[in-house]
Ligand binder design. Structure first.
Ligand SMILES: Cc1cc2nc3c(=O)[nH]c(=O)nc-3n(C[C@H](O)[C@H](O)[C@H](O)COP(=O)(O)OP(=O)(O)OC[C@H]3O[C@@H](n4cnc5c(N)ncnc54)[C@H](O)[C@@H]3O)c2cc1C
Length: 423
């Protein structure tokens, strides 16, 4: 077996390659969701950049070599991420996260070698971007209650139903789709994942306009969509364990990051101080109180983040640890966004066109519930932490120990009409 290159040597090699080949990153501000959206015109250049990085040996650094990765360690991955932070890297928007941080790692954990050999090199080359098709109009927090169905037809499956809230799907090449394959099993036991091409006959994808002006979500309608069994991810009816892996990645598990303790409390909420000065309220005692609270929250967040990163490095796929990080973000983001609006008052609600700084408080406010809902709401994180980390009794449920066919038959909506499609 050939010896693995040391992290330091890899870091130096990456540093030289980056300097010689990539553009320095000029705009260091994080992207504003709903404003800095990925456009269809931008996509070919991003795909080409992804391919360039992969061909140079810097994509899929810790992914298996037999599927196009580099077969190195998480430490190599972290070292590259640190070096690449100052360069313009491929920007696939939210779809970059769903593809490289969530769907592909989940596939690597559960899909067949044949599936991985076909898809993973194409993912690394920027040719396959993947959206997540799991939520449905009638199944979000209660994901195991979904009713999109997959019925076996020879070597294929026929998928019928509807998915919704799929982030970035408008630009995706594939959707990773969860469907019910067994109506006689209990609800968590009859589910299976599939990879569905976004241009499959029978699949319609309608964009959804959001409150922040973006249309990054789609709703999908599947009408006899034919998927070969070779594009199944994980075993038939074993989709719930695949789901657990996917949700742990979605909640932040397994990401390359260096656990560096925060140097101290950091600067006093710089964005809020700048805002207070701009609206001439820096001397207002209520505003000063809000800034002090934000500063305390920022410090607590940084400390918690450091602690979780350290714990994850010891136990990367621990869904319980990931749930704490997700819950913290889902809790603090809305508070912080509201503080900015309170400080800015009416001045934070209107801005001149192109004045990005003035626009930020409103856009942050509109986006502030993203982490409180996406990938499992705050309440769902609390339930998970209570039951799986703290060992509290399970939430009472009427539908866990019965065939899903019965649950579906008896389900009703608020008006008493049958609420779910039966098998
Ligand atoms: C920004 C964003 C991106 C998303 N991206 C995707 C994506 O790419 N793909 C995808 O498939 N989906 C995606 N989603 C959908 C997301 O996973 C669901 O919105 C989420 O799981 C919640 O489901 P729901 O919207 O149906 O709310 P519901 O499940 O109807 O919940 C409504 C309310 O009831 C509460 N609640 C429900 N059950 C319980 C319980 N047992 N205990 C206590 N409270 C409860 C919830 O916390 C919530 O407050 C995204 C959502 C957002 C906001």
């Amino acid at each position: 077996m050939s010896e693995m290159i040391s992290v330091e040597e890899f870091r130096e090699r990456a540093r030289d390659w980056l300097a010689a080949n990539l553009e320095p990153r000029v705009e260091m501000k994080p992207r504003l969701r709903g404003v800095d959206n990925l456009s269809a015109e931008q996509l070919p250049a991003e795909r080409a950049l992804q391919r360039q990085i992969w061909e140079a040996g810097y994509a899929g650094i810790s992914w298996p070599a037999e599927y196009g990765g580099q077969g190195l360690s998480g430490a190599h991955e972290t070292a590259f991420a640190g070096e690449a932070a100052g360069y313009r890297m491929p920007d696939f928007g939210v779809l970059g996260g769903t593809t490289f941080l969530v769907c592909a790692p989940t596939m690597l954990a559960h899909a067949s070698p044949e599936f991985l050999a076909r898809h993973v090199p194409r993912i690394l080359a920027g040719e396959e971007l993947i959206a997540q098709f799991f939520s449905e109009p009638g199944a979000g927090s209660d994901l195991a209650g979904l009713t999109t169905r997959a019925d076996r037809d020879g070597d294929d499956w026929m998928l019928n139903g509807s998915k919704v809230w799929s982030s970035g799907a408008a630009h995706a090449d594939w959707g990773m789709c969860l469907a019910r394959t067994n109506w006689d099993a209990r609800k968590h036991r009859g589910l299976t994942w599939f990879a569905v091409p976004c241009d499959a006959p029978g699949l319609r994808m309608d964009p959804i306009m959001e409150i922040n002006g973006d249309d990054e979500f789609c709703q999908e309608f599947l009408d006899d969509v034919r998927v070969p069994d070779a594009d199944r991810i994980g075993d038939v009816d074993a989709g719930w364990s695949v789901t657990q892996t996917m949700l742990a990645y979605e909640r932040g598990a397994g990401r390359p990051s260096e656990a560096r303790p925060p140097a101290g409390p950091g600067a006093l909420a710089p964005d809020l101080v700048a805002l207070a000065r701009r609206v001439d309220r820096a001397g207002d005692p209520e505003v000063r109180q809000l800034i002090a609270q934000a500063h305390i929250d920022d410090h607590a967040r940084a400390q918690l983040g450091y602690r979780l990163t350290r714990l994850m490095q010891g136990d990367g796929m621990n869904a319980g640890i990931a749930a704490y990080g997700k819950l913290a973000r889902g809790t603090f983001d809305p508070l912080r966004a509201r503080m900015a609006l309170e400080i800015g008052g009416a001045a934070a609600l209107v801005w001149d066109e192109g004045d990005r700084e003035a626009m930020e408080p409103s856009i942050h406010y509109l986006n502030s519930r993203v982490f409180a809902i996406a990938g499992g709401t705050n309440e769902v994180q609390r339930n998970g932490i209570g039951e799986r980390v703290l060992g509290l009794p399970r939430e009472p449920a009427f539908d866990l120990d019965r065939p899903f066919r019965e649950v579906a038959r008896e389900g009703s909506d608020w008006a008493g009409k049958p609420g779910r499609r039966e098998s």
